[in-house]
Design a protein around this ligand. Structure first.
Ligand code: AMP
Length: 597
């Protein structure tokens, strides 16, 4: 078995490693350290975050730096401020027994003058984000013309984030004979291009298999109806009472919405996305690190560089657009040799993406059932029993015991246990009792399986609306769907479950589109007639006449008995047929588009 002593590291590093409690080198360390210490070479290492890669390049770099000379000798480029600070901290810990060795972090969003003065005092190792580094070079605040080593960390992420040109500019300021060590979790074409263009016959090492995820991660998928994603997410969280997780959404908007819904539903959740200020993001990350937040709902960009070791679960609320991104997401768990679970909530139509990911990560996914309400109740019941068993007794309660005994007098031990457990358990039982199975059933012949397996009412993800036009106005489900979509400026699948009645209809949209739909149809007139949309509280089956609240029927300008739609109704994109009586108000349409985009 390989130990740190056999890798060729000097005593001050070994001492620091002992202080950190690292007992044995990780795979990437075993592979990279002897190569980097043994010869002057370029290196391409395929290794995920969490595998110990910082030490894999950090130990050799520190050992090769001459602390008696003040100029910058090693430059580490990293994609995000968070990762930059994390690397800097790690390097400082590793180099703590090496007097005179200074490491400085250079990143955006903080005082450039302060960073420049730290550099001026002498920094043999500089850890930088590409944008700020380029800025400092342009302003003549840093000199990297004499570096011996350049490390590109998370190269795939840097390229994903559009830093190619910055990297190219930065490297053009470094000496030709320096050594470049490139670390990347995946090997897309762009990274190979960098390796070819800027590196000299690099030695290649791979941890696990190429493009693969860390092997301590178990991958699971859950098949739900597209409108049940949120409910499925809650069940996954409730089935894991000790969950400490990152939940990935595709857009900032979804991320914010899911986090808000979770908070409203009583979870310790918070959103992390690019619309938050740096200060807000720092606060969220600090609460997450302290585990005050159990579910961090993040976009891919915002989650880059999350360096928290104990994340138990990564939940893919939606799969990423770029399948390669999955590796980065799942790599937030299973760090530092710990076990982690990466869960994916998918609809049937997304199932083929799972096989695609399996090929990329070269690991198999397990199909799991979304837990039923009663399964969750059982899990929570035992979690509660264990919590009671493991709770340390607070002796401050002793003085109240006589009075408490009086209150509870006459209860048997069994009754007492049942009552204590019921206090907490009741919450879950009341919520989950009689809830339906969320696992999406097999596709139906009609191909509209998602719609059929779901209820018609509103839920956290989907909103059901009433609209005061129907078949009497010449609409069928298809033309009404087109009319709503085109009027609001929505996408192909954004309006669904359209149910056309005689003089009114129902339809659904995702909750994210609710505001724009209601805003669009607020005071919305076609040829003097108000077209009114309201959130429905009734399903089509049990709708008994006019919904509650103020309706168009009551508004001036609407004559119920004389509908103004021609029988031909809506004629497709671009508005009503000019021959027909309704026309769009273009001013209104452009305002709406702005609001939604
Ligand atoms: P990294 O992949 O560099 O982000 O490292 C992930 C975590 O693993 C960090 O918290 C390191 O401190 C820790 N770590 C690095 N090397 C080892 C090791 N050999 N044994 C245990 N933990 C390690």
């Amino acid at each position: 078995m390989s130990t740190f002593d056999t890798l060729g590291l000097d005593a001050p590093l070994i001492q620091a490693i002992q202080d950190l409690g690292f007992t044995k080198p990780s795979e990437v360390q075993q592979k990279a350290i002897p190569i980097l210490l043994g010869e002057e070479t370029d290196l391409v290492a395929l290794a995920q975050t969490g595998t110990g890669k910082t030490a894999a390049f950090g130990f050799p770099l520190i050992q090769k730096i001459d602390p008696t000379r003040k100029h910058t000798q090693g430059l580490i480029l990293s994609p995000t401020r968070e990762l930059c600070l994390q690397i800097t901290n790690e390097i400082k810990l590793y180099a703590k027994y090496i007097p005179g060795l200074h490491t400085v972090a250079i990143y955006g969003g903080a005082s450039i003058t302060e960073q420049a003065s730290q550099i001026k005092r002498g920094a043999q190792i500089v850890v930088a984000t590409p944008g700020r580094m380029k800025d400092m070079i342009n302003r003549g605040l840093i000199n990297i013309t004499q570096i011996d080593y350049c490390i590109l960390d998370e190269a795939d992420e840097m390229l994903n984030m559009g830093f190619y040109e910055d990297i190219q500019d930065i490297l053009s300021n470094t000496p030709k004979e320096k050594r470049t060590w490139l670390f990347s979790a995946t090997m897309p074409k762009e990274v190979s291009v960098i390796a070819k263009k800027f590196m000299n016959q690099p030695v290649e090492i791979t941890v696990g298999s190429k493009n693969s995820g860390a092997s301590t991660i178990v991958h699971e998928y859950y098949v739900a109806g597209s409108r049940d994603r949120y409910q499925a997410l809650k069940r996954l969280a409730d089935a894991h009472p000790e969950i400490f997780s990152v939940v990935f959404c595709r857009t900032k908007r979804d991320c914010q919405k899911v986090a808000e819904n979770l908070i409203e539903d009583g979870y310790n959740a918070a959103a992390l996305h690019g619309d938050l200020s740096q200060n807000q993001r720092d606060l969220v990350m600090s609460s997450f690190r302290k585990k005050q937040i159990q579910m961090l709902v993040a976009t891919d960009v915002a989650a880059r560089g999350i360096d928290v070791d104990d994340i138990t679960h990564v939940i893919n609320y939606q799969l990423p657009d770029e399948i390669e991104t999955y590796t980065h997401r799942s790599g937030r768990t299973g760090r530092a040799g710990k076990e982690g679970v990466s869960m994916v909530i998918v609809t049937r139509s997304e199932l083929r993406k799972i096989s695609h990911i399996e090929k990329i990560i070269q690991q198999k996914f397990t199909l799991k059932n979304i837990p039923t309400g009663m399964e969750i109740c059982e899990i929570q019941l035992f979690a509660l029993a264990n919590k009671i068993k493991n709770t340390e007794i607070n002796h401050d309660v002793d003085e109240y015991l006589p009075k408490i005994n009086e209150v509870l007098d006459g209860l048997t031990k069994e009754e007492l246990i049942k009552k204590i457990v019921s206090v907490e358990f009741g919450r879950f039982y009341n919520y989950y009792n009689k809830t339906r199975d969320l696992n999406a059933s097999e596709p139906s012949d009609r191909g509209d399986r998602a719609e059929r397996s779901e209820g018609y009412s509103s839920n956290a993800d989907s909103v059901r609306y009433f609209i005061n036009v129907g078949s009497r106005d010449g609409f069928n489900w298809g033309t009404l769907k087109d009319f709503i979509r085109d009027t609001v400026g929505l996408g192909k699948d954004d309006v669904y479950k359209v149910d056309v009645k005689d003089s009114f209809s129902f339809f659904n949209s995702d909750t994210t589109a609710k505001d724009i739909i209601l805003e669009t149809f607020h005071e919305f007139k076609v040829d003097g007639r108000f077209i009114n949309v309201e959130v429905s509280t009734e399903g089509p089956g049990n709708f008994k006449g006019k919904p509650k609240g103020k309706r168009d029927f009551d508004r001036p300008g609407f004559k119920k008995s004389k509908p103004s739609f021609d029988k031909g109704g809506y004629q497709g994109k671009g508005g009503f047929d000019k021959k027909k009586k309704f026309e769009f108000d273009p001013a209104k349409k452009s305002k709406r588009r702005q609001g939604f985009g």
